[in-house]
Design a protein around this ligand. Structure first.
Ligand SMILES: *Cc1c(COP(=O)(O)O)cnc(C)c1O
Length: 235
């Protein structure tokens, strides 16, 4: 490692410590147990040495948007057996096998056909945990289903012994301030409560503290952990 890579590793350690402290503070404000909130480090577009630094700092859940990228990363980091992989972006039918082989979690289920394809290929002894993605603000550019379509997807997941429902996932419109996301998180939580759904994958660098206050069980954070340098804009 060069000296600058060591420095950057230090930045990642600080980023991880800072995000964990902010999650802890949000839990304290709302009387939650920080053990209920899993930090998923979003490693998309990040160089491998930074991802390794995050794992060394205790981030054992890593998320990628694209199935090929997740497969390639998992191969490159196969010496790190503690990592659980999360597919956080939508999945095309022809990429289903990559997720089946590599992922522990899929955060972006939005079609019955994909649920069936995943379910048919996954080993029921090692179930894939899935979040149904809801397009919470009904944005044309966002993946996910409308609230009315969620029950069909829940039924599709329940019908597959090799899938386990982890909850609902949502990504609100890019907020100007973190508070802007709160109403969307509340709406998603209330939808989950009405449908008896357990968890919530909500919150990114833009708004993860608000998400924790509103019940996130998984937050998906990239830039705050790794710094924005290598990141492309996401919305
Ligand atoms: C990129 C991405 C994230 C992380 O966003 P940051 O702003 O880097 O924290 C979370 N969820 C999804 C679906 C993403 O694509």
């Amino acid at each position: 490692m060069s000296a600058s890579e060591i420095d950057v590793g230090e930045e990642v350690r600080r980023g991880v410590a800072d995000v964990r402290a902010r999650i802890g503070a949000a839990c304290a404000r709302t009387g939650r147990d920080p053990g209920e909130v899993t930090l998923v480090g979003v490693s998309k577009f990040q160089p491998e040495h930074l991802v390794r630094a995050a794992v060394a700092a205790g981030v054992h859940d890593l998320g990628e948007n694209y199935a090929q990228a997740m497969r390639d990363r998992a191969g490159a980091l196969s010496d790190l057996p503690a990592v659980r992989w999360h597919q956080i972006g939508p999945l095309q039918r022809n990429k289903v096998n990559m997720v089946v082989r590599v992922a522990s979690y899929f955060h972006a289920l939005d079609s019955v056909g994909i649920a069936e394809a995943l379910g048919a290929r996954r080993d029921p002894a090692d179930p894939l945990h899935v979040f149904v993605q809801v397009n919470i603000a009904d944005e044309e550019t966002k993946a996910g289903v409308g609230p009315a379509e969620v029950p069909d997807l829940l039924a599709a997941v329940a019908g597959q012994p090799s899938l386990r429902l982890a909850g609902l996932m949502g990504m609100p419109p890019a907020p100007e301030r973190p508070e802007d996301s709160r109403e969307h998180f509340v709406a998603l939580r209330e939808l989950g409560e009405r449908l008896g759904v357990p968890g919530l994958s909500i919150g990114t660098t833009d708004d993860f503290e608000v998400a924790v206050e509103e019940g996130a069980t998984m937050v998906r954070v990239g830039r705050s952990l790794f710094g924005g340098r290598h990141q492309q804009p996401r919305r």
